[in-house]
Design a protein around this ligand. Structure first.
Ligand code: IPE
Ligand code: IPE
Ligand code: MG
Length: 240
């Protein structure tokens, strides 16, 4: 097997372990979320340096709405602060910012900041940074099915994966090549269920607030060593 560096087109990260990180330091959970913003900054910078085209981050799931109200409120405030603070840097670094999820559930002020950040970075041609907010994989598939039925009136014979995925909230974004979930949890937690059909998974133990460029590099090395077969044999893949 060759370990030649393969750069994934789309890397997605389930940023997990903020609460445990805070607890370890005897702090409230929110301090873990705050510390995680620096990890987002570093991951974005690293992805751009490496020529990764899409970096997506799972920041808040549909299920996370059922956390204690004060944690939800503080997380929303943190999103607004981070978007406001980081947007000029994104523009300067040619990064395009996008949010995917059920936006109408977000507080109005968060929705406004998102639109403004998306507009300010819409001309960027470098890295696309996608933040998944109020997102769940089942929600995405359900809303796609409803819209697909309504707009195409599709029946079983004419429906194809290609036709269907145009209605997913991630339409136009290539499926992730590599999914990293920090904190050692080995589950998908209702994230991109359709889109990760052939994604490579990597589960480092590091907690998200401790995730640094070197952890990202190790993940890319692991990815480079993987052989993606898509159902074929190893011989078929290597003779391509
Ligand atoms: C991930 O960290 C951030 C969000 C889900 C918003 P957690 O808050 O889930 O941290 P742990 O899993 O409790 O350590
Ligand atoms: C998944 O983490 C969602 C995000 C990181 C945004 P959770 O911490 O909510 O997942 P579970 O509950 O441990 O599966
Ligand atoms: Mg968690």
């Amino acid at each position: 097997m060759t370990n030649r560096e393969k750069i994934p087109v789309h890397v997605t990260i389930i940023m997990d372990g903020n609460g445990r990180w805070a607890k370890k330091q005897g702090l409230k959970r929110i301090f873990g979320h705050k510390a995680g913003v620096e990890s987002v900054r570093q991951a974005t910078e690293f992805a751009a340096e490496k020529g990764i085209k899409y970096l997506s981050l799972f920041a808040f799931s549909e299920e996370n709405w059922s956390r204690p109200q004060d944690e939800v409120n503080l997380l929303m405030e943190l999103m607004v602060d981070a978007i406001l603070k980081e947007t000029p840097k994104l523009v300067k670094n040619n990064v395009k910012f996008l949010v995917v999820g059920e936006r109408t559930k977000l507080p109005r002020v968060v929705q406004e900041k998102i639109i403004s950040a998306e507009q300010s970075t819409s001309a960027s041609t470098g890295l696309t940074l996608i933040v998944f907010l109020s997102y769940s994989g089942k929600w995405d598939i359900m809303q796609a099915a409803a819209r697909c039925y309504k707009e195409e009136g599709v029946s079983g014979e004419t429906l194809s994966p290609e036709k269907f995925e145009k209605y997913l909230a991630t339409a136009g974004i290539p499926d992730p090549d590599l999914l990293i979930r920090t904190s050692g949890e080995k589950r998908i937690s209702n994230y991109m269920l359709w889109q990760t059909a052939y994604t490579e998974f990597y589960f480092p133990e590091v907690l998200w607030p401790d995730f640094r460029k070197n952890d990202f590099l190790i993940a890319l090395e692991e990815y480079s060593a993987r052989e993606r077969r898509y159902g074929k044999t190893g011989e078929q893949v290597n003779n391509l």
